[in-house]
Design a protein around this ligand. Structure first.
Ligand code: NAD
Length: 517
């Protein structure tokens, strides 16, 4: 297994430099010491990024695309080394590193290199106001400068390099603050980007803790934050000091509704995969299940049977289903939620504790029943390998329970009645809804993904997912070059009377009804 060497970019005070350890959560072995980038160094990094931005913004889209496509080839050529790094610092399975992280980076490069030019194309507008008929008006999407990306630990390549692709294609420089638990994948991404011809300092990674993130908020021109609700609120407050544009992609408590006419085999397989992949550490994991009473028994039995068959462990050959969790603090949250549920009457059907046969942060895939909304497991983000299943009297009750949450990221409805599912989806208070499916909507880079309520502000993907890394500039040009316009000085009674009449003809419904279609 080859892990990337980690070097400091600021050699002058290297002996004094603070470092932090990166630990493999599956083995509990230390795998690297990474230098902290302090707030004053973030300021320097952003300044260097801004210099790099000046020439990058001037490149035609095709030139930017050429370099990002070279990066994609390099990612594919270095697949094994990337998977080794991701797995070593997260404890996830090799299959998940490949099928979520590497796949996503390739898909994002593919989509935005093909479409950026069209999405950011200048547009000339027809202005309806008569006074402005002699003007030419054009809008442009222009890069903001240095985009600061603050990332969580659950997808350390996807959330750093992957998230940077639209910002870079739009002509920005990017400075990434990775999670202090998983900085190695982002640092490897930086190295691959440089080797692929990305200009020096255009894509930088600044490892560190909260203060490093705060400094990035202060100095970058825009912030794309992905992480917890609690930190998201701090990020927004900090960004308010400089009125920095900020998008927040936050946590979820995603409901799954299984109706009585669902394909139970598919629903059970979906629940198990949707709740347990990445050890449940996905913002859009299935976090709670509501199943209609008549099929509850059969559905629960299938879920339990499938969970019992899962292989948990340290993955070396793509033959493990559930890896370790990534950080001990999150494992403690899972233990707390399970203990709280048990104390309030829930029952464990499988799992329910740390895996005693494995050395690292492994929590056994768990199924809980007899749960309700007095329990943390049904109301707060658990972010672990637990499937709590609650019985609902009927579909309306399941919908009411699904919407009884401060979160609103993703959700799923399982039924053979597609019309019913589509109609329920319109009442679901979440940014995404899957029908007879789960999780995969994240990989649909063509369509927006984002949360409502406390799950976030803004979205990624699609046309808006690159336009958000731009500001819109409107340029109005006079076409006739007259000595003066009729509404300029000096004001006159005559012109005002004329305008007053014209306004009535143009906008009063007595006239508009007569003359307008
Ligand atoms: P976190 O909020 O603890 O940390 C996220 C990042 O913010 C880290 O890099 C951290 O160092 C940094 N940070 C901490 N304090 C800061 C501050 N004061 N100012 C600026 N930056 C600061 O989140 P986490 O534990 O790393 O990630 C898990 C969370 O991320 C979960 O809630 C999950 O649902 C969410 N998430 C959401 C999405 C999405 O698309 N909505 C995707 C992945 C993860």
């Amino acid at each position: 297994m080859s892990l990337p060497a980690v070097e400091s970019e600021q050699p002058s005070a290297s002996q004094l430099k603070r470092t932090f350890p990166v630990v493999n959560p599956a083995t509990l072995e230390k795998i690297a010491d990474v230098p902290v980038v302090e707030p004053d160094e973030v300021k320097i990094a952003v300044a260097k990024a801004r210099d790099a931005f000046e020439s990058w913004r001037g490149l035609p889209f095709q030139e930017r695309a050429k370099i990002l496509l070279a990066l994609r080839n390099r990612v594919l050529d270095q697949e094994d080394a990337i998977i080794d790094t991701i797995v070593a610092e997260t404890g996830k399975t090799r299959s998940e590193a490949l099928s979520a992280e590497i796949l996503y980076v390739c898909a994002a490069i593919d989509y935005y290199t093909k479409n950026a030019e069209e999405f950011l194309r200048d547009r000339v507008h027809r202005i309806s106001l008569v006074l402005l008929k002699t003007k030419r008006v054009r809008t442009s999407h222009l890069p903001r400068g240095v985009v600061g990306i603050i990332a969580p630990w659950n997808f350390p390549l996807l959330m750093t390099l992957g998230e940077s692709i639209p910002a870079l294609m739009a002509g920005n420089a990017v400075v990434v603050k990775p999670s202090e638990y998983t900085p190695l994948s982002a640092l490897l991404g930086q190295r691959l980007a440089e080797q692929s011809g990305l200009p020096k300092n255009l894509f930088q990674v600044v490892p560190g803790f909260g203060e490093t993130g705060e400094a990035l908020i202060d100095y970058a021109d825009q912030i794309a934050f992905t992480g917890s609700v609690a930190t998201g609120k701090k990020v927004m407050a900090r960004a308010a000091n400089t009125l920095k544009p900020v998008t927040l992609e936050l946590g979820g408590k995603d409901p799954m509704i299984v109706l009585r006419d669902a394909n139970l085999e598919r629903a059970a397989n979906g629940a198990v995969w949707g709740a347990l992949s990445n050890s449940g550490q996905i913002c859009m994991s299935v976090e709670r299940v509501y199943v209609e009473e008549p099929v509850a028994e059969a559905f629960i039995a299938r879920v339990v049977e499938k969970v019992k068959d899962l292989r948990q462990g340290i993955d070396t050959h793509f033959d493990v289903d559930v890896g370790s969790m990534t950080m001990s603090r999150q494992l403690a949250v899972v233990e707390d939620h399970v203990a709280d549920a048990i104390a309030k009457g829930a029952r464990i059907l499988v799992g329910g504790k740390r895996n005693p046969d494995l050395p690292g942060l492994f929590f056994e895939p768990t199924v809980l029943v007899d749960v309700d909304h007095s329990m943390k497991i049904m109301t707060e983000e658990t972010f672990g390998p637990v499937i709590p299943i609650m019985r609902a009297k009927d579909a309306p009750e399941a919908m009411r329970l699904a919407n009884d949450s401060r979160y609103g990221l993703n959700s799923s409805i399982w039924t053979r009645d597609k019309d019913k599912a589509r109609s329920l989806a319109r009442r679901m208070e979440s940014g995404g809804v899957c029908i007879n499916d789960c999780l995969v909507n994240y990989l649909a880079t063509e369509v927006p993904f984002g949360g409502v309520k406390e799950s976030g502000i803004g979205f990624r993907h699609g046309e808006g997912g690159i336009q958000k890394y731009c500001f819109v500039q409107t340029v109005l040009e006079d076409r006739l070059g007259l000595r003066r316009e009729i509404n300029w000085y000096p004001y006159s009674r005559k012109f005002s009377k004329l305008l007053s009449r014209a306004l009535k003809v143009l906008y009063h419904s007595r006239w508009t009804r007569k003359f307008r279609p």
